[in-house]
Design a protein around this ligand. Sequence first.
Ligand code: GDP
Length: 525
Amino acid sequence: MSTLHNELAKRRTFAIISHPDAGKTTMTEKLLLWGNAIQIAGSVKGKRGPHAKSDWMTMEQERGISVTSSVMQFPYKDRVVNLLDTPGHEDFSEDTYRTLTAVDSVLMMIDGAKGVEDRTIKLMEVCRLRDTPILSFINKMDRESRDPVELLDEIENVLKIVAAPINWPLGSGKEFLGVYNFYTDTIHVYQQGMGHTIPDDIQIKGLESDEATQLMGVYASEYREQIEFVRGATHQFELDEYLAGRMTPVFFGTALGNFGVREMLDGFVEWAPTPRPRATHERMVEPAEEQFSGFIFKIQANMDPKHRDRIAFMRVCSGRYEQGMKMKHVRLGKDIKIADAVTFMAGDRSAVEEAIAGDIIGLHNHGTIQIGDAFTQGENLKFTGIPHFAPELFRRIRLKDPLKMKQLQKGLQQLSEEGSTQVFFPLNNNDIVVGAVGVLQFEVVAYRLKDEYKVEAIYENVSVTTARWCECDDSKKLEEFKRKCAENLAVDGGGHLTYLAPSRVNLSLTQERHPDVVFRATREH
Ligand code: GDP
């Protein structure tokens, strides 16, 4: 047991949240560089090199947006860090929300020239639901940035979280000199052009030192005054407040220049929480429990074109996974043997031999695993809070070649297992309706149907505005509801009864007419 405790103390599992373009991908590259996971930074995203590490879809590379998430494990100091990548584009927000259920903390990237942007605000709301601890990095200080005092105010006022600066930028843009650490009274000096390497840490001890005066030149008194003002006007960092999600330590730097990243990462591995307990409907699951448990937060089809398989991503919540072990698939009530779980060490898949709470493992899925599924060593547990939202956009999908119906159904079924699109089969006709939260997902589905399932499909408009999952305890009333509303009813990919409403007005009228039927806008997996 004590070795499990020791190992848990080393684990840090987190995700980066940011508005698109704030520098999430660049930061990921640098973190992998610090973790020695890649030799030369700059190879994470396909748009910048042929050896994409965290991306796998050509489409994604063409568009330069991260469509899917992946998992990267790397060592730093004596810690084991798990970084879960999240798609930046808002059409894939559901995927991001679910990934956030599998992490213990987040790193929030803010563009120093732009400040707090919409997506950051939304993602912050999601983090707040679970009081996820947030560490902040104000990026792109090598460019002209906004007044850092104003940026801190914005974090506090807009994001409603106390900001505790750990270090402070000395200038920005062409005149960015480095950062001053309030707690060690040390200046870390910025050197340009070191983005692809691990730069030396050039330090000047003491803000009042002669060396510091020399570095700051004509700005010396201005910077010293500002730093004194900020020291007095801002909060001291308090670990408990950070862990409770009420305070965020703030670092400044440039991901592209790989500067300030070391300081941030040192703070991160020191303060970020070790694997946290997870709630189930039955009880809290503690990471140090001996019995194994975990839940699926993400499914990805055809990750590796050579393998053509589907991977279910599991967050281990307690105990220890060992190769070849048996687990209970709780929803199916069946024991299964897991011989070949995978991990994503620096982007290359390799067989995992062991994993503990906080780690992510990938299970090969042959259609029996769904998002939200729990795996245990016998106990019936159901993890809470893994959301599934009703889609807001709908299209009828039609085949160019009608003989390929089977492939189309299979493709849609498998892609909807990933959770970002949903497929509906109306009770009354042979249409197939695809629902999504963002428009881009329709394109992704069409592209992937063609690329992965060799099916060409086209979309048509359909008069559906919103969908609700329907339940009714009274079987007679349910039958009556099905009879009366048949023309708007469908089953989704998981076999659940769904009402496809042509308009909001229609939905509220139907709800009034059938008060015993529950209409749900979200379905917990
Ligand atoms: P993402 O959309 O959040 O993943 O952002 P990227 O990491 O792809 O960065 C968006 C753009 O900002 C890219 O052109 C990066 O090279 C650039 N960028 C990222 N970090 C920095 C930085 O620290 N300084 C400057 N000048 N540019 C940066």
